[in-house]
Design a protein around this ligand. Structure first.
Ligand code: ZN
Length: 202
């Protein structure tokens, strides 16, 4: 399965001149929600990720996703793994588990995002699970931005990866883009103006 092609075909892998949330500029941007717009594609990707997770042999009782970005990927993955699905959400800036979702002591959780950048939100959701007595057995994402190292790939996590090194990260593909500080950006030097994805209604 060519994951990069699936992202391109879904207009989820964009090419241009982008201003990232970090403030850096890049020629590429992943608009992760777009790859999940077609439920059939979402299912295809989640099934592939589930196969990889099952092959690792880890036991999972439930999937938890940080809202909002992780909801569709997490739900599709939980369906493929045939386990429960819950989500954590930010209230006044703090990640919390609400809506009657119950985490029981000793239950094994996989925290799922659509994309792992530094893993910050996934880690915050994981901490809430652990506070409630659950155990984090893995992290999962359809795409990995290459700051953290996914299972099956050799490498050292970058300093900004927030996920713990002793818990596996399962992902279908690495999307590692070259990034430039605005003052060093070759596209800016050519006179182009960086565009912040999502700021024009998409
Ligand atoms: Zn630029």
């Amino acid at each position: 399965m060519n994951i990069e092609q699936i992202y391109k075909d879904s207009n989820a892998l964009l090419t241009g001149h982008f201003k990232l949330s970090s403030g850096n500029h890049s020629r590429n941007y992943l608009q992760s929600a777009k790859v999940l717009e077609d439920p059939k594609t979402a299912k295809l990707l989640a099934d592939a990720l589930a196969l990889q997770i099952k092959a690792s042999g880890i036991e999972i009782d439930a999937v938890c996703s940080p809202a909002l970005g992780g909801l569709i990927a997490g739900f599709a993955l939980a369906t493929a793994l045939d386990v429960r699905f819950i989500f954590a959400e930010r209230v006044d800036g703090e990640m919390s588990i609400r809506r009657g979702f119950e985490v029981k002591a000793g239950e094994k959780y996989l925290v799922c995002e659509d994309i792992i950048t530094t893993g910050g939100s996934a880690l915050e959701a994981a901490k809430q699970i652990e506070l409630a007595g659950g155990i984090i057995v893995g992290y999962a994402a359809l795409a990995n931005r290459g700051f953290c190292v996914r299972d099956g790939v050799e490498g050292t996590p970058k300093a900004n990866c927030k996920l713990p090194a002793n818990v596996p990260l399962f992902a279908l593909e690495d999307f590692t883009f070259e990034m430039y500080a605005p003052e060093d950006c070759p596209m800016c030097k050519e006179g182009s103006v960086a565009y912040k994805p999502g700021s024009r209604g998409n």
